[in-house]
Design a protein around this ligand. Structure first.
Ligand code: RIB
Ligand code: CA
Length: 313
């Protein structure tokens, strides 16, 4: 039985790898890919979603949602790590989108058409999901599950000392989604950083004779170099692919039900995720938080998924 998913993302190189894995995964029916601003501008994210799908030409073409700018977007985005165009400066050309549908409307329509069946994989800021919930107040209870790459449980942030990028970029939307009635699973930096990939992973990407390989070999080395040059690391993270594994291989993870909130007013703490871990806490748990992952098995699963993606030439 395939699992219906919507992938909301801000490509971004790790988003692109997660999309490649998902679009060629026979367990998943990717109904829609909805672009959100984040790593790059709304316009560039929309172009990148289109470029990725055109290059992969997957067995089943998903609907595409167009991003619009977040209301209170910060100056910081993801171009330092992902390149000016968000995809390693690969400069992919795209055909003009024929009918551009707003991401939040694509989400509303898809969930309304298949109530309680759809998992939304949130790989970027939560702007679109929050707007979809504001557009259709019944929607949170009609989504099967939100799986959100974002936040940090006890780990340090990656865009400020205390905040993870996706939540930091649009904290008011994240607060709206965290407080919603939707069933939520959070995949924070504490877990995504446990899957540290090396040059071996880059070398194991599918060959350029495949559609997946031609795309990924143009962009993934850029991210490896970014981590090396900015952090002095010989390893890199594909945060969004770990969130995808939470959907397809949940048995690789440990988790806890937690009460999570988002700091929206702090000058130093904008976008910080705060979990009430007091004994006898008065806060009611509102989400499942992934707290650990079997890192070697996760990396191995990613490699097997990429191998499968590379079978399409
Ligand atoms: O903090 C990591 C997240 O921010 C990932 O989704 C990455 O693509 C960026 O959006
Ligand atoms: Ca992302």
């Amino acid at each position: 039985m395939t699992r219906k998913v919507i992938i909301d993302c801000d490509p971004g190189i790790d988003d692109a790898v997660a999309l490649t894995l998902a679009l060629f995964d026979p367990q998943l029916e990717v109904l829609a890919v909805t672009a959100s601003a984040g790593n790059v501008s709304a316009e560039q994210a929309s172009r990148n979603v289109q470029a990725i799908i055109e290059r992969l030409d997957p067995p089943r073409l998903p609907r595409v949602g167009t991003a619009t700018a977040a209301d209170d977007q910060p100056y910081e985005d993801g171009r330092r790590m992902n390149g000016e165009d968000g995809l390693g400066n690969a400069g992919f050309a795209v055909s003009r989108l024929h009918h551009q549908h707003l991401s939040e409307k694509v989400i509303c329509d898809a969930v309304r058409a298949a109530p309680n069946e759809i998992t939304i994989l949130c790989l970027g800021p939560l702007t679109n999901v929050a707007r979809a919930f504001q557009r259709d107040p019944d929607l949170p209870r009609m989504v099967h599950r939100l799986i959100i790459m974002g936040g940090s449980f006890t780990a340090v942030g990656n865009v400020t000392p205390v905040a993870e990028f996706n939540i930091y970029y649009d904290p008011l939307s994240a607060q709206c989604v965290f407080r919603s009635a939707a069933t939520k699973t959070l995949v924070p930096l504490d877990v995504t950083r446990q899957v540290a990939l090396t040059l071996d992973f880059v070398e194991a990407l599918p060959p350029e004779t495949t559609r997946a390989g031609l795309l990924l070999r143009r962009i993934v080395p850029f991210l490896f170099r970014s981590f090396h040059q900015t952090m002095g690391q010989e390893s890199f993270y594909l945060h969004d692919t770990v969130a995808l594994l939470a959907a397809t291989q949940p048995e690789l993870f440990e988790s806890r039900e937690m009460a999570g909130e988002v700091e929206t007013a702090g000058h130093l703490t904008r976008g910080m995720t705060v979990f009430d871990r007091r004994p006898l806490s008065p806060s009611r748990p509102n989400m499942e938080v992934m707290t650990a992952v079997r890192a070697d098995a996760a990396a191995e699963t990613l490699l097997r998924g990429l191998e499968r993606s590379g079978l399409q030439t």
